[in-house]
Design a protein around this ligand. Structure first.
Ligand code: SAH
Ligand code: F3S
Length: 434
């Protein structure tokens, strides 16, 4: 049986798709990248905001046509939409055959086989504490940099966020299985590991905390670069900063979602820090690791956000000048506390104009941060050939800045010194040194 898998959403979903591939291939399924040749089409889905969700629904309508042409073709939704809407998806999408949530992928082969009798199948349980400890993901990424999930789920219950409902409670993975996967990735020729978790810094296994795990990984694969995301701001400890500083193979970068620059809004979001505390965390990071890069997630138009709250976000962004940010307009998600109890009362047009304002501001901050590299020499891990122009390579430095530079005979996957010549709003441009 041939399967076709399409992935939407965050890095965790990309990682999960690798897990799904690994499980299905092991059970004798064959992977195809040609949708028309598939016997089963799976969409690994995201429901964090309205926009990605709409995109997936539109895609499903298109895929429905294939089912008309090929009667035995099966169609399944896996991932966050599955646990968000559960069996309601069958009511909404009559042509759907399978719904499987993020904790039930090990059951996928069995569930797919059951579809032969023209049943509809669903498994959206989140109670089984699944960590996929012994499944080695099938590397579908670029062969240079690999994702590695160290924990799943989230316990924070931010009032706007669907993740704790779609991915369940926080569960950290056994460090031995993490180290085993690191060594395997190294053996396979990967050069970089990106540790994943909704809150990597909440990692906890018996007595082991995140900073200890990170140190172990840095020592176990000293020739690999280690990145991690996302960090929850109030979990950043001095111990963690010391480990990041000490090991040259750990990247000097924190992804630290601010969400809003207004303490009133932060408290409505049930984030566990005030704006003042967030600023202190930034100060602590910069004191211990002065050249550390910091990126963020920021949202506009959360329930009751006033113009004054928005001005506060602008003020804090101007104080911090993040290296880059992912920015969104708030969209109410069914089932969350904000959906049930707070007023989604900021008009859409205002959400959008505030969003555009912070996007413009962030662009100027990114440019400001990038420009400081002009004239310096940076060590870059070559990740591949630039999609815009084949004469160029692209890669990143230890701060996570994207760098594009002229191609020479250096191998993809090697570390090279690059002199930075200029900068755009998003990318550094340089020349490779002999
Ligand atoms: N674990 C991360 C966030 C994961 S979700 C953390 O610590 O914050 C990624 C980002 O999506 C969030 O940081 C938030 O900015 C955005 N997001 C989540 N729910 C949203 C919603 N309902 N509307 C708009 N943006 C949302
Ligand atoms: Fe979502 Fe907050 Fe967790 S944004 S993923 S509930 S930290």
């Amino acid at each position: 049986m041939k399967f076709y898998l399409e992935t939407y959403g965050c890095q965790m979903n990309i990682y999960d798709s690798e897990i799904i591939c690994s499980i299905l291939l092991k059970s004798g399924f064959i992977k195809t990248s040609n949708l028309k040749k598939a016997d089963i089409i799976l969409l690994n889905t995201c429901s964090i905001r309205e926009k990605p969700e709409k995109k997936i629904f539109n895609r499903l309508i298109k895929i429905k046509c294939f089912k008309k042409k090929k009667k035995q073709l099966k169609l399944g939704i896996v991932g966050c939409l599955a646990t968000h809407y559960k069996k309601k998806l069958f009511e909404k999408l009559k042509f759907l055959d399978l719904i499987v949530g993020p904790d039930s992928y090990k059951q996928l082969p069995e569930i797919i086989n059951k579809l032969k009798n023209n049943n509809k199948e669903i498994d959206v349980s989140l109670a089984n504490k699944e960590r996929y400890t012994n499944i080695i993901p099938k590397g579908v990424r670029n062969g240079i940099s690999a994702f590695l999930s160290i924990m799943r789920g989230c316990d924070n219950m931010c009032t706007f966020c669907i993740v704790p409902y779609t991915r369940g409670r926080e569960k950290s993975r056994n460090p031995n299985s993490i180290l085993k996967e690191c060594k395997l990735l190294y053996k396979k020729g990967y050069k970089e590991i990106i540790l994943l978790g909704q809150n990597v810094d909440a990692y906890f296994w018996k007595k082991m905390k995140f900073f200890q795990l990170l140190e172990l990984i840095a020592k176990t694969v000293p020739l690999m670069r280690i990145r991690f995301l996302t960090s929850y701001p109030s979990n950043i400890t001095t111990n963690l900063l010391k480990v990041v500083k000490k090991y040259t193979n750990i990247c000097k970068h924190f992804h630290l979602p601010l969400q809003s620059g207004s303490t009133r809004i932060l408290s409505l979001m049930r984030r566990k820090y005030t704006v003042e505390e967030f600023l202190l965390i930034i100060k602590r990071i910069k004191t211990i690791i002065p050249d550390c890069s910091i990126s963020s997630d920021i949202m506009t138009g959360f329930c009751t956000e006033t113009q004054a709250d928005h001005r506060e976000t602008i003020r804090i962004m101007n104080l911090i000048k993040f290296n880059f940010s992912f920015m969104f307009k708030y969209s109410s998600r069914q089932g969350t506390y904000a959906y049930r109890k707070l007023k989604d009362n900021v008009p859409n047009s205002l959400k959008i104009s505030r969003l555009n304002e912070i996007i413009r501001l962030q662009k100027s901050h990114s440019f400001y941060r990038l420009k400081q590299n002009i004239g310096t020499i940076q060590e870059v891990l070559i990740e591949g050939i630039s999609k815009q122009d084949e004469k160029y390579y692209y890669g990143r430095n230890y701060k996570n800045d994207l760098i594009v530079f002229t191609k020479n005979k250096s191998k993809i996957g090697s570390y090279k010194k690059v002199k930075i010549l200029k900068s755009t709003f998003t990318t550094l441009i340089g020349e490779i040194l002999p």
